[in-house]
Design a protein around this ligand. Sequence first.
Ligand SMILES: Cc1cc2nc3c(=O)[nH]c(=O)nc-3n(C[C@H](O)[C@H](O)[C@H](O)COP(=O)(O)O)c2cc1C
Length: 191
Amino acid sequence: MGALDAIRARRSIGRMVEPAPAGDDLTAILEAGALAPDHDSLRPFKFVVLEGDGMDAFGKVLADAYVARCDAQGKAVDPSKHDKELTKLRRAPMVVAVCAVRKASEKIPWVEQRDAAVAAAQNMLLAATALGYGSMWRTGDPAYDERVKAALGLTDDDDVVGFLYLGTPTDAARKPPNEARLDDVVEFYAP
Ligand SMILES: Cc1cc2nc3c(=O)[nH]c(=O)nc-3n(C[C@H](O)[C@H](O)[C@H](O)COP(=O)(O)O)c2cc1C
């Protein structure tokens, strides 16, 4: 599938099944991330692949972080939300945490380093689509939680820009392409 076809075909799929990308396909998806535009070649990103038992272990991290957020805010733990944190990664057979890792630079501001990680995430979604996989970019409170960041080997200076869910859509879960609209987003500059 060509680049434009992948851009047009990409849709967010909420639930996916096996197979997840593996072997050359997984490498191609991760390489697509690493090939993102990156001002000054700082490589300010890291991709953490979660699958199998690792997803369950990380689900525990998400659930513990939820409890800690409740404690910090003086809120009661909602058992259904706690259970969702434990199990939500299993909505797909693989999740890639796309992390922006702050690099020391006098020239490149953090916002541009973070932008590079965001571009990496989109490259990965498009590569997955081109290879026939389903995908979905998610964040939510865990992406901004210091405990979750620490479990991914990040510091508070770094960011999780997204959890990319990857797998195979069931036939019922497949979605038609979005309609591309320009009317509300494009203008030709007229001085
Ligand atoms: C940075 C970012 C974070 C997102 N986080 C979530 C999320 O946590 N949950 C969710 O349902 N959609 C989230 N979305 C939106 C979906 O990924 C998706 O783009 C949206 O549902 C539109 O569907 P489509 O991609 O099929 O057009 C996020 C999108 C972006 C760019």
